[in-house]
Design a protein around this ligand. Structure first.
Ligand code: C2E
Ligand code: CA
Ligand code: CA
Ligand code: CA
Length: 278
């Protein structure tokens, strides 16, 4: 008996109440996510992107989850769960369709009609069999101006089967879609893929941008990225620009597109339109 007790205690020590609570929270969150998928408790928020004149050129669409108890839940908390549970396929299609509806709705407007929308594509979603077909079916349902659509992908996508990835990208590019490489410089892949893949834009990760004034090493990385983009004829955009001095540094170093709290936070579409038009 005492031995059983001892091992019981050991089990408890190994799987402690804190871990149990964490696991429970995760299981709950996943159950809630399934509800969210059914009841579409999602909303896209839009964050402005501007050029060197401070002129609005586009937006990035960022997913928000309205949780009944927890309120707005951050995508960093639930995107990984959507990926591991396979729900990302369905949610990803919903996101793309929403963005296409938005492009279509804006298309006849003199000011909003010029804007591009950047949509984040999870590597899991991209590699899913039938990804192109799903995307094409969205394009067939919603006749959006596809030259205004940018898809943001990350380096991790290129680690496996770059040939398939390239083909998928080319197929979508024939429809006018452009590709942006998100979080550039934070992955562990080599730069070789840059020569092989039909990218249009590099997005300098905010971790570098936020340190340009305080770290010489980060400043050097940003400068090199801008030079690299230029020599590969890629557009470059800096994300996470929070301070005017960071913006000025970037502009002085040849970066011509920016996104960050300095220019605007991600907001619901109604608020975004109000900010742009008034
Ligand atoms: P990301 O694609 O790198 O998006 C940029 C994140 O930085 C966003 O966080 C945005 O709100 C935040 N941000 C923008 N400007 C600034 C700034 O000046 N300072 C700081 N500190 N942060 C800034 P968010 O919306 O919480 O999204 C986090 C991540 O979740 C995204 O990182 C992306 O990886 C993922 N995500 C968001 N929406 C989607 C989506 O629709 N689909 C997919 N697959 N992933 C998404
Ligand atoms: Ca992004
Ligand atoms: Ca990013
Ligand atoms: Ca990120």
């Amino acid at each position: 008996l005492s031995q059983a007790k001892a091992s019981g205690r050991q089990v408890l020590r190994f799987f402690n109440p804190h871990m149990q609570a964490q696991l429970l929270a995760r299981v709950r969150l996943e159950a809630d996510l399934r509800q969210a998928v059914i009841f579409k408790q999602w909303e896209l928020h839009y964050q402005p992107q501007v050029d060197a004149h401070g002129e609005l050129t586009g937006v990035e669409a960022l997913l928000r989850w309205h949780h009944a108890e927890h309120g707005l839940v951050s995508p960093d908390e639930f995107i990984p769960l959507l990926e591991s549970s396979g729900l990302i396929t369905e949610v990803g299609e919903w996101i793309l369709e929403q963005a296409c509806h938005q492009l279509l709705a804006w298309s006849t407007h003199p000011r909003l009609g010029r804007l591009t929308i950047s949509v984040n594509i999870s590597p899991v979603q991209f590699r899913e069999a039938g990804f192109v077909e799903r995307v094409e079916s969205v394009f067939a349902r919603v006749q959006a101006p596809l030259t205004k659509l940018k898809l943001e992908v990350t380096e991790s996508l290129f680690v496996e089967a770059p040939e398939n990835v390239r083909e998928t990208m080319l197929r979508l590019k024939r429809r006018g879609v452009r590709f942006s490489l998100d979080d550039f410089g934070t992955g562990y892949s080599s730069l070789a893929y840059l020569a092989k893949l039909p990218l249009d834009q590099l997005k300098i990760d905010q971790s570098f941008v936020q340190q340009v004034l305080t770290s010489d090493a980060n400043a050097a990385i940003v400068e090199s990225t801008i030079a690299l983009a230029e020599s590969l004829s890629l557009e470059v955009i800096a994300e996470g620009v929070e301070m005017r001095a960071q913006y000025e540094w970037l502009r002085a170093h040849g970066c011509l597109a920016y996104q960050g709290y300095l220019f605007g936070r991600p907001v619901p579409v109604a608020l975004f339109e109000e900010q742009v038009l008034t």
